[in-house]
Design a protein around this ligand. Structure first.
Ligand SMILES: Cc1cc2nc3c(=O)[nH]c(=O)nc-3n(C[C@H](O)[C@H](O)[C@H](O)COP(=O)(O)O)c2cc1C
Length: 359
């Protein structure tokens, strides 16, 4: 059965007016104290014709921060700062979930408070630099391996952040389990050399993510929790001996939780087609992402294997991406120089498309 991209869909408790999701994108515009700002509320409001907005990666704790000017969801000021963002998106008719992103070892000292240490499954540094405050690549720190007894506390940080997100009026949370951050560090053999119940076997490497998902579901309801994966993603120095086995085990373990959705970055290779591998194992909705265009997104939906599609970069320069898709209008390209800098410039000053402007 062919699915219309503009038709409504429910993902758990989330009610989408269309199947076009704004993918999470770090934009480095948070204010002092890692709060959301009025400019961020305006940015998300402009893009609220998406059926669902996933916020930029947001740290559940000070330890979880790795990048410059990223927002958090652990202080009272942060809770208050996000309320106008959620309100603006709701008034514009959309829904918004917060992406919870804990960087683990992907931590640059200059981007964080001086008194927080970096923690990870094992004391193995990433070999990939990430941008420091001035945008130039900086070396990440060598993390301290979490003690077994500390892990429950880290899991609880996520649950607390989820409750706060709901208190601020957001509709749910998405756990960031890819791009080399803490959850993926636990999943992957290259970064997880633990010998306790959180390392070694596939079941053990999956345990941390499963515990976080269970805690999130317990905190705000499973039907408001999604998670994002990209099996085999090498970003931030990730290696895994057998991503197919790891992610099959993760999905088998997470499927019974009845979560709102799985957000899959779909980049099939001859070695691994994650959608083919995971679709039969996952009974809930799937949002698919990666370099989609309107045509390829429609084709993916028509295949009946995914329920919604997400777009990242196209939403940067096209605040009215959904309207443009409806009109089959041309898309603007983002200015790369202002993706992470420039305050309002390159953020909230992209024009909406009108038929007049095109003629
Ligand atoms: C500027 C920028 C920031 C991003 N930040 C995040 C992030 O915080 N969390 C995340 O899961 N993915 C992040 N991504 C990845 C996007 O969500 C998306 O998966 C990727 O851009 C591919 O989709 P696209 O081809 O539609 O852009 C980011 C991408 C871009 C371009």
């Amino acid at each position: 059965m062919s699915i219309n991209i503009f038709s409504p869909v429910n993902l758990g408790a989330l009610r989408l007016s269309n199947r076009i999701v704004m993918a999470p994108m770090t934009r480095d515009r948070a204010g002092p104290g890692d709060v959301a700002t009025p400019l961020m509320a305006e940015y998300y409001r402009q893009r609220a014709s998406a059926g669902l907005i996933v916020t930029e990666g947001t740290q559940p704790s000070r330890t979880g921060k790795g990048y410059w000017r990223t927002p958090g969801m652990h202080s009272d000021a942060q809770v208050e700062s996000w309320r106008p963002v959620a309100d603006a998106v709701h008034r514009a008719g959309s829904q918004i979930v917060m992406q919870l992103m804990h960087v683990g070892r992907v931590a640059v000292a200059a981007n964080r408070d001086a008194d927080v240490e970096a923690v990870a499954p094992s004391a193995i540094a990433s070999t990939e630099p990430v941008p420091g405050p001035d945008g130039t690549p900086a070396t990440t720190v060598t993390p301290r391996a979490l003690e077994t007894g500390e892990i429950a506390g880290v899991v609880e940080e996520f649950a607390r952040a989820a409750r706060k997100a709901r208190r601020a009026g957001l509709d749910g949370v998405e756990l960031h389990c890819t791009s080399g951050y803490l959850p993926m560090q636990f999943l992957s053999t290259g970064s997880n050399h633990r010998t306790d119940a959180y390392g070694g076997t596939t079941t053990n490497r999956v345990r941390f993510v499963l515990e976080v998902l269970e805690a999130l579901a317990g905190a705000i309801g499973a039907d408001r929790v999604g998670f994002r994966i990209f099996p085999g993603n090498p970003y931030n120095d990730m290696q895994d001996d057998d991503p197919a086995e790891t992610y099959a085990a993760l999905i088998d373990a997470a499927n019974p939780l009845g979560l709102a959705y799985l957000h899959l970055i779909h980049y099939p290779t001859p070695a691994l087609d994650a959608l083919a591998l995971l679709r039969p194992r996952w009974s809930g909705p799937i949002i698919a992402n990666n370099a989609l265009k309107l045509g390829s997104a429609k084709a993916l939906l028509a295949g009946g294997q995914v329920d919604a599609v997400s777009f990242g970069r196209p939403f940067i320069a096209n605040p009215d991406l959904v309207e443009r898709f409806r009109a089959d209008a041309p898309l603007a390209r983002e200015d790369r120089a202002t993706v992470y800098t420039g305050e309002a410039r390159g953020y909230t000053d992209y024009a909406r498309w009108t038929a007049d402007a095109a003629s």
